[in-house]
Ligand binder design. Structure first.
Ligand code: ADP
Length: 466
């Protein structure tokens, strides 16, 4: 990459130098030519001023040329009819051709000054001619110097320009190398660091660089790596939870199946003769199947909640009527456990799934009944506060200590396993409650004291964040 950057840079540099060189050579050459031409004009005017047109022009011109002018230059004096009156390079002007048709002479007679470049017929060299009308208007004084084209001047300044270009080139290449380094070195370092990636390794050590675009690469890479790592950790955690859940669920199902099988075998083999015992066995079988049904229903409920099922049907749920309905279904077990149910509800409604809300409140109410004592109470309150729905389920039952409070929302966690099972508990009720609360981006708080009772407060925002 560095080579490619350098190569392109050098090509651009050479092109720029060539273009700017060509322009400057041309303009400098042209300026020098103009400068020479005006110098020649000044000489012509001096010569014109020095000449005595009534005397011998040839003699005067030869003397002037010899004493004051450069040997390579040539002075010619042409009369208005085109005849050459004097010439510094020719002894016998009589034999010279008429000069009236020469461009610079024509121009000088017409406009006062004239110039031309061409090969001299008299001396056979390529020349620059500059001519001016004499002050008396009867002659044209012309000066000529050897000249081919603009390049004549360029050649004289070429070494200086070449040196300048060379220095500019070397300095630019050095700067280009440094510039290419400032880009390629960090990129090399970054790609080397990224090349170290091995599996989920994320401990990159990127340097800070001068250009923010380069830092963006390293920052983004680190951010992406951290996100991937967090995602992988989350997947790992979920995988573990799922595995534990399956093994717990199979274990939980195995127990009722084993006892059902035991009772069924005893009945089948005819060991039980006594009708009362038979009845008891049938009742136990029914109870165990009831437990299994509860368990399977809870497992299905959890898996549906985990899948965040799209088919959850939302409707406006009025909490008052919902509580009445829940109390009606809870009444039989409340009577069985001799627990009183109380409710206090302000008229409030929420956009939610009625089925999920029923499940949530029902689980809390039935826990309040189950983990209570005869003569105990369960109070349910619902109200609206700060744009949120509050549902509080409180009991004066057995309560639980701090350690247990922290774990009751875990799947299959039961404080008193025997008691829970006896009452058809699955250990999944509060886990389902927590899932539903999370589905609505709400929160649940538990306060409890052993022997005094428990209080669950659920807070749900009215607008579900999807
Ligand atoms: P379970 O099916 O056993 O009732 P839950 O998940 O609903 O499962 O509750 C987990 C455990 O939390 C219960 O086994 C019980 O020990 C305890 N628990 C739940 N609610 C109460 C309550 N209101 N009072 C006392 N203990 C409770």
């Amino acid at each position: 990459m560095k080579r490619a950057v350098l190569l392109r840079f050098v090509v651009i540099l050479l092109l720029a130098l060539a273009v700017s060189g060509a322009f400057s050579y041309y303009f400098i050459g042209r300026n020098m030519l103009q400068h020479d031409m005006s110098a020649m004009l000044r000489t012509i005017h001096t010569v014109d001023y020095a000449l005595d047109y009534s005397g011998n022009l040839q003699e005067q011109v030869e003397r002037l040329h010899a004493e004051a002018l450069d040997a390579a230059s040539r002075i010619t004096v042409i009369a208005s009819d085109g005849t050459v009156a004097a010439d510094s390079e020719v002894d016998q002007v009589d034999g010279m051709e008429n000069h009236l048709e020469r461009d610079e002479v024509q121009e000088a007679f017409q406009t006062g000054t004239g110039s031309d470049t061409r090969s001299s017929e008299s001396i056979g060299e390529s020349m620059l001619y500059v001519a001016a009308r004499s002050t008396n208007g009867r002659y044209v004084v012309r000066m000529a110097i050897p000249y081919t084209n603009v390049l004549d001047y360029v050649i004289s300044i070429f070494p200086v320009l070449l040196l300048g270009t060379g220095i500019a080139f070397v300095v630019s290449v050095v700067i280009a190398v440094r510039f290419a380094d400032t880009i390629t070195t960090p990129l090399n370092e970054i790609s080397e660091e990224m090349g170290k990636v091995n599996g989920a390794q994320t401990d990159f050590s990127f340097k800070r660089y001068k250009y923010k675009e380069l830092n963006v690469i390293s920052e983004t890479t680190m951010k992406m790596a951290a996100e991937i790592q967090a995602h992988m950790d989350q997947l790992e955690k979920e995988k573990k939870i799922r595995q534990e859940f399956f093994s717990n669920a199979s274990h939980e199902l195995k127990t009722p199946i084993t006892s059902i099988r035991g009772y069924a075998e005893l009945l089948d083999q005819g060991f039980v003769q006594d009708e009362a015992t038979k009845k008891d066995f049938y009742a136990r079988i029914l109870k165990e199947t009831g437990n299994m049904t509860n368990l399977i229903n809870d497992i299905l409920m959890i898996s549906r909640l985990e899948a965040k099922e799209a088919e959850v049907t939302f409707s406006t749920v009025r909490i008052g009527p919902l509580l009445t309905e829940i109390f009606e279904s809870a009444e039989p077990i409340a009577a069985e456990y001799q627990v009183m149910l109380h409710k206090e509800c302000s008229p409030v409604a929420i956009e939610a799934s009625a089925k999920q809300l029923r499940e949530l409140i029902m689980n809390l109410v039935s826990n309040g009944i189950k983990y209570n004592h005869p003569g105990g109470n369960v109070w349910v309150e619902a109200w609206q506060e700060n744009g949120r729905l509050f549902i509080r389920v409180r009991d004066d039952g057995c309560g639980m200590d701090k350690e247990e409070q922290e774990r009751v929302f875990e799947r299959f966690y039961r404080v008193d396993k025997g008691r829970s099972k006896k009452m058809g508990g699955t250990g999944l009720g509060l886990s389902i409650v927590k899932h539903i609360v999370e589905f609505y981006s709400g929160s649940i708080r538990l306060e409890s004291e052993p022997g005094k009772g428990s209080c669950f407060t659920v807070v749900l925002p009215f607008k579900k964040r999807l």
